[in-house]
Design a protein around this ligand. Structure first.
Ligand SMILES: C[S@@+](CC[C@H](N)C(=O)[O-])C[C@H]1O[C@@H](n2cnc3c(N)ncnc32)[C@H](O)[C@@H]1O
Length: 275
């Protein structure tokens, strides 16, 4: 694990989130990952065709990269490989139904590209930015984008969500119509990070598990304080995948700016006063 891996993992939390890859250790088993691990189970073929349409081959190529390179590089647990279609690709692509045509999408905490890359594959009309602070993960994301020929619609931002919202290291702040996330943080932190990234009237779509309603109740005050409207829960992919994906949606109703570091006394008033 690199230093920056350790730092950012410390700020991640399951937060009742659905089955994102929990902290994954590199595969130490003798069995090398095989592309066959990513084969589309026949029972899921109708759902995959519904969600990916004529981009199903591209989805299959991504599944293969996750099940091979993704496992070898410790981004996906070896036990996730056979579940890549149902727990990961289909579960994430189903959320496309809540995203308007030609929207700009920012995916916070993409990890190995979920849900951002699944959405970019399912919906070529979207422009997607994958926001991820860890170098090991952004290297993988950049390679996948190149290998799948997605560079025209997908870019990778290496940094935290708050850095993307305020701009950092000479980079302009970024914003989008929709901010997605899965398995990144509890709803209060997600709203604090994601709403400053959305345009007014834009929305946060957080893939959540069974904890969605409880999280909304627990964090309603924070969501409102950072400019969010009433959170709503939606099931995506009903009649297509089983179970459907549970999504918490929050519209940015008021423009409350991102938290900025407080200016030091010296920079506000010249020399610091000596006591
Ligand atoms: C458990 S992983 C989930 C990855 C992916 N979303 C998925 O479901 O497979 C959480 C990810 O969030 C990233 N992360 C943590 N804090 C973040 C922040 N403040 N801004 C952006 N990403 C963050 C971590 O580096 C990690 O890659």
């Amino acid at each position: 694990m690199t230093h920056d891996d350790a730092t950012a993992d410390a700020v991640t939390g399951p937060g009742g989130t659905p089955p994102g890859p929990s902290a994954v250790r590199p595969d130490t088993t003798d069995t090398a990952p095989s592309p066959a691990d990513a084969a589309l189970p026949p029972a899921l073929a109708p759902a995959a065709l519904t969600l990916f349409g004529d981009r199903l081959d591209l989805a299959a190529a991504y599944a293969e990269l996750l099940a091979t390179d993704g496992v070898v590089r410790g981004l996906i647990g070896p036990r996730e490989a056979p579940r890549i279609w149902d727990r990961h690709l289909l579960n994430c692509a189903a959320v496309a139904e809540r995203i308007p045509t030609a929207a700009t999408v920012l995916d916070v905490g993409s990890g190995a590209g979920l849900p951002g890359l699944a959405l970019a594959i399912a919906r070529p009309d979207l422009t997607v930015t994958l926001i991820e602070p860890l170098a090991r993960r952004t290297s993988f994301l950049i390679e996948v984008v190149e290998r799948l020929g997605l560079a025209r619609s997908v870019r990778v931002f290496r940094g935290r969500a708050d850095e993307a919202a305020t701009g950092s290291s000479g980079r302009e702040p970024i914003s989008g119509d929709v901010v997605t996330s899965r398995a990144v943080a509890p709803l209060d932190r997600l709203a604090t990070w994601s709403l400053p990234l959305t345009v007014r009237g834009g929305r946060l779509l957080a893939l959540k598990g069974s904890s969605a309603t409880a999280e909304i109740e627990e964090h309603a005050d924070v969501v409102s304080r950072v400019g969010g409207g009433e959170p709503t829960v939606h099931l995506c992919g009903v009649g297509v995948i089983d179970p459907p994906t549970t999504v918490v949606e929050i519209v940015r109703e008021r423009m409350v700016g991102p938290a900025r570091p407080a200016a030091s006394k010296r920079s506000r008033g010249g020399r610091a006063r000596r006591r």
